[in-house]
Ligand binder design. Structure first.
Ligand code: GLN
Length: 483
């Protein structure tokens, strides 16, 4: 067990590697063993075992000649919507079941250029739509903390794999909370960077104005070093900022005497009727500890809270209906056999290739974009999105961080939530960062009375990932450890 625990954190593995106490070959073998022993979780759709072994031999040789990259020894899982050249990438959909990527996503290329090893592709909700990983064409994922519970979604495989020690870090997309919500449910750390911090070239699009690639890990330093490698300008993605990339891995260690930091929390979030009372109490307890340590705490109102999920749903379904129109059975992807003309080719390929939730989103998106309803829904949602951003900018203009619960409840039982709208409400606290583009991180807060973890979410102003690392590291070590 202690060996397993050490395994979970890259910076610890790296120390052993630097001291020649382990090798990449050993590291890969121990992860493959963990993966085998945890097959029941269904976290991976595919494991690249023999390839990982070959890479490990190559990297061990590079280490011997001091030629290895910064991430030598790091074992990475990638969500099944992030492309890896000559490997399948299906977005957990029948539609792309046999799609093989002809090129690398920028994030994968940057990681392998630094000698990280990609160990496999991780299960997720179909086309990253969902909050429980129950919509995957490849079956549900179990929460490693309690196998009766969902791991969260859409990156359920990613969070489960990191928690169970099946990879050091996972790369996953976060459009409305898909990195942070499963991180909260599984008791690991999940970062959604600022919109435009990380290239999305080679990432299967869901809702382009919200999609961002994030990182899940067991430790802040692992996230920081991975972000340092994947972030920054990319000629293949014009939405990426050309701001220089700080040395995230050298983030400062805050001292508890730091008194200048201002923190806001949103009172009406805590009074939200969907918020579980144990989460609320532990959240307030953390706020109290921060106050006692001398931080300046401000209580704010955010009256637009009730619009977050509706605005998010309208905008993302509109964008999804457009992004997913390319899967028509003609160019690539699933094609129905049972066709007699071009209309039935489109209709049947889409009917048979997509699952229920994806179809629901496409239909909703087509509806809100239709001539008759555009003004009433889509345009209104865009205006509200602007107002939400203005409000959040106002709060961040006089505070460094906004603290929120990550999720309204801890992980629920598999099969428990049946109504789509109830599932959508799971995202109430996470979509804020996507609608505004702000960076946000979820860190494990406490365990509830049934021993299920839940997270605290920290939002900062755009491109302040460094501050998120400083503050969450402090919270984890100085506040949450000192109960
Ligand atoms: N649950 C949200 C949705 O289905 C978020 C998904 C995500 O972030 N990819 O839209």
């Amino acid at each position: 067990m202690s060996n397993n625990r050490k395994n979970k954190i890259f910076i610890q593995t790296k120390i052993l590697l630097d001291k020649k106490k382990t090798s990449c070959v050993d590291i890969v073998e121990s992860f493959l063993k963990n993966i085998n022993e945890n097959n029941h979780l269904n976290a991976f759709i595919e494991v690249f075992a023999s390839e990982a072994r070959e890479k490990a031999v190559e990297i061990d040789k590079k280490i011997k000649f001091s030629k290895a990259g910064k991430l030598a020894g790091m074992i990475v899982g990638i969500k099944d919507n992030i492309l890896y050249k000559n490997h399948k990438s299906s977005a957990a959909s029948k539609m792309l079941e046999n799609f093989i990527s002809p090129y690398n996503s920028t994030v994968v290329k940057r990681l392998i250029d630094e000698d990280a090893i990609i160990i496999g592709r991780l299960n997720c909700d179909e086309f990253a739509m969902g909050s429980s990983n129950e919509t995957s064409y490849f079956g549900k994922v179990l929460n490693p903390v309690n196998n009766k519970k969902v791991p969260g979604g859409s990156s359920g495989g990613a969070a489960a794999a990191v928690k169970a020690g099946l990879c050091h870090i996972a790369l996953a997309t976060d459009t409305g909370g898909s990195v942070r919500q499963p991180a909260s449910f599984c008791g690991v750390i999940g970062l959604k960077p600022t919109y435009g911090r990380v290239s999305r070239y080679g990432c299967i699009a869901y809702a382009s104005s919200c999609d961002q690639i994030g990182i899940i890990a067991n430790n802040i330093s692992d996230i920081a070093i991975a972000l340092e490698i994947i972030a920054g300008r990319d000629d293949f993605d014009s939405t990426v900022s050309s701001l220089s990339v700080p040395e995230y891995s050298k983030f400062e260690r805050l001292s508890s005497k730091e008194k200048k930091i201002k923190i806001s929390y949103i009172k009406n979030c805590l009074n939200n009727k969907n918020l579980n009372s144990e989460i609320k109490n532990k959240f307030l307890k953390t706020i109290k500890s921060l106050k006692e340590k001398g931080f300046e705490i401000k209580e704010r109102e955010f009256p637009l809270l009730k619009y977050l999920v509706p605005v998010y749903q309208i905008i993302t379904s509109a964008e999804a209906s457009s992004n997913l129109s390319r899967y028509n059975g003609v160019n690539y992807g699933f094609r129905s056999n049972d066709i007699n003309d071009v209309d039935s080719l489109f209709t049947k390929s889409r009917t048979q290739g997509f699952g229920k939730e994806v179809k629901r989103k496409i239909m909703l998106g087509t509806f809100v974009l239709s001539l008759e309803y555009y003004e009433k829904y889509y345009e209104k949602a865009q205006k509200l999105r602007r107002m939400i951003l203005d409000e959040i900018d106002k709060i961040l203009s006089d505070s460094d961080y906004i603290l929120l619960p990550t999720t309204p409840t801890p992980a629920f039982n598999i099969g428990e939530i049946k109504k789509p709208v109830e599932m959508y409400m799971q995202d109430i606290f996470t979509v804020l960062a996507n609608l505004t583009g702000k960076p946000a991180i979820s860190i494990p807060l406490y365990l509830n009375s049934c021993n299920m973890p839940f997270g605290m979410q920290i939002i900062a102003d755009s491109f302040r990932e460094n501050n998120l690392f400083e503050f969450s590291n402090f919270l984890l070590n100085d506040i949450l450890n000192d109960k």
